[in-house]
Design a binder for this molecule. Structure first.
Ligand code: NDP
Length: 284
């Protein structure tokens, strides 16, 4: 008799979710590390996230990645067992079960930091401008501060949200009050060594409306969005004097690797998979 073990099931849950590269990325990690698993896309109804998560784990699911627009709801669902990263972000992108209890973590911050390191721009002692105050910005702001940036200013189209984000961070970590500032897009100031676009403006094929003079000599412009071609923000940055531009594909693969580590206890090789996803993206 042949005994076949049923592979563990994982998925990315969101709405929309059909364009997600996570199944490819996790499939490549599994192949690389010799794990047998199935990784799907799970489209949850906008008003049915909690039910979809409960059903997934009730049917023996191993873990979920959470994407737009459910990261804050995921944080509430796992509120009894959140990592400190998830608590500080107020958002969760990685869910799993342990002893029958739902656990949550946020790996976006570590994904960004890993990619900045690989690009030769670790934030330590650098001045950083963070554009946007949505879920993505929430996930990375505390890790950036902890990584030791000299100054961090968060600016947003709706400045109130930037100020709320600053207040949220300082309510947990008062020590950053002289380093962390907030304002409107007009109040970008500068020049900055690293400028990170954490807005979804590139979806509309337009860069955020930023004032001139924000890039310091040798600066990196980083867009969390990614694509086969440079994003509108990257093109704007290059014409405004950024020395180097990068999209968010490296962050995407690195945050996925951090989720993989949580679920499987093994860290995959990010660069090999990043090269493969980049090739896949170029092929359309
Ligand atoms: P949210 O919807 O939570 O937030 C959107 C943000 O973008 C808000 O700050 C919003 O400002 C701002 N915004 C939207 N349109 C414009 C515009 N035209 N001009 C200026 N600001 C604008 O989205 P997320 O924070 O979850 O995601 C943001 C981006 O980051 C997405 O493109 C997402 O794909 C990407 N991302 C990439 C990751 C990666 O691994 N590479 C990981 C996570 C996210 P306002 O508050 O004024 O509405």
């Amino acid at each position: 008799m042949t005994i076949t073990s049923v592979p563990h099931r994982y998925a990315v849950i969101g709405n929309p979710v059909e364009h997600s590269r996570s199944p490819f990325i996790h499939g490549a990690f599994a192949q690389q590390t010799g794990k047998t698993l199935v990784y799907d896309r799970l489209l949850a109804p906008i008003d049915g996230f909690a039910q979809a998560v409960n059903d997934f784990f009730a049917q023996g699911g191993g873990g979920l990645n959470v994407t737009v627009p459910f990261k804050e709801q995921a944080c509430k669902l796992a509120q009894q067992h959140l990592s400190s990263r998830a608590q500080l972000a107020g958002a969760v992108n990685t869910l799993w079960m342990e002893h029958g209890q739902l656990h949550g973590c946020n790996t976006d911050g570590v994904g960004l930091l890993d990619d900045l390191r690989d690009l030769g721009f670790p934030p330590r002692d650098r001045n950083v401008l963070l554009i946007g105050a949505g879920g993505a910005a929430r996930g990375v702001i505390f890790p950036l501060l902890e990584a030791g940036c000299a100054q961090l200013r968060v600016i947003n189209r709706s400045p109130d949200r930037a100020h709320q984000l600053r207040d949220h961070v300082l309510s947990h970590a008062r020590q950053f009050r002289n380093i962390l500032h907030a304002g409107s897009l007009d109040e970008a100031g500068g020049p900055w060594d690293i400028v990170i676009n954490a807005t979804s403006s590139s979806l509309g094929d337009k860069p955020p409306a930023l004032p001139p003079g924000i890039y310091a000599s040798g600066a990196l412009a980083y867009d969390m969005m990614y694509g086969a071609q440079p994003t509108p923000f990257m093109r704007q940055a290059a014409s405004e004097g950024a020395a180097q531009t990068a999209d968010g594909l490296g962050m995407l693969v690195a945050q996925a690797a951090a989720s993989f580590l949580i679920w499987h206890g093994v860290m995959p090789d990010v660069q090999v998979v990043l090269n493969a996803v980049r090739r896949q993206l170029a092929q359309g």
